[in-house]
Design a protein around this ligand. Structure first.
Ligand SMILES: C[S@@+](CC[C@H](N)C(=O)[O-])C[C@H]1O[C@@H](n2cnc3c(N)ncnc32)[C@H](O)[C@@H]1O
Length: 206
């Protein structure tokens, strides 16, 4: 399919998408918000007073959901390559999670306090070549895992977006070493034809 045709197909789908309409109506910045809402409804990962890190937060849908769930008593810190319009009671950092300086800045913001939930909806820019895209996605997921091990409280959880393909099973296996339970979730708001899934690891063993 020619590139402009697939762009047009995406645009048509997007405009008619029930979650896009719902997000506009309910004041969420992205249809992605419904993925987190569905996962949270099933798995109850967010609660009042929790401290949450949202990686790949732009345009801010997950942060909107998270801050509502943790309330003023909790804290949400979001990070993205892109700038994000303010969300009440959410602190945003702009930068590349793969870079040491932004990683360190995030650690500084945490002030040595442990967090309850690390979540990542980060996705690399898709080139269309699986041999390039999949390792990039796995790398971001690996960094998220490593960050979670450093920052999570005992019993905490990590939620990571990934794509089924090379390296996926090995990644899930590694998470199983550090968490009590690992689940694979495919929320309804995640397009059926996409290989995107969410890996949820609960109960950090520390
Ligand atoms: C699918 S969007 C996230 C949507 C978000 N969860 C929401 O609900 O609005 C993925 C985001 O990951 C970000 N991202 C990708 N690679 C990144 C990196 N290395 N560091 C920081 N953010 C990254 C992109 O800029 C993009 O905004």
């Amino acid at each position: 399919m020619k590139k402009h045709q697939s762009n047009q197909q995406w645009l048509d789908e997007h405009v008619n998408d029930e979650y896009v309409k719902k997000a506009q109506k309910e004041g969420y910045r992205s249809r992605a918000a419904y993925k987190l809402l569905e996962i949270n409804e099933r798995d109850q990962i967010l609660a009042r007073g929790m401290k949450v890190v949202d990686l790949g937060a732009a345009p801010g849908g997950w942060s909107q959901v998270a801050t509502k769930m943790v309330s003023e008593r909790g804290q949400v810190i979001g990070l993205d390559l892109l700038p994000i319009d303010p969300v009440h009671h959410v602190q945003f950092l702009q930068g590349d999670f793969r870079e040491d300086d932004i990683y360190e800045e995030l650690m500084t913001q945490l002030k040595g306090e442990k967090v309850d939930v690390v979540m990542s909806d980060m996705a690399p820019n898709i080139s269309g070549m699986g041999t390039v895209d999949q390792p990039r996605a796995i790398y971001l997921a690996e960094l998220t895992h490593e960050f979670a091990l450093k920052t999570l409280k005992k019993g905490g959880c990590v939620l990571v977006k990934l794509f089924q393909g090379g390296g996926f099973d090995e990644y899930v296996k590694r998470l199983r070493n550090d968490f009590e339970k690992v689940y694979i979730r495919k929320p309804k708001a995640s397009r059926a034809r996409s290989r995107e899934v969410y890996v949820l690891a609960k109960g950090y063993l520390n």
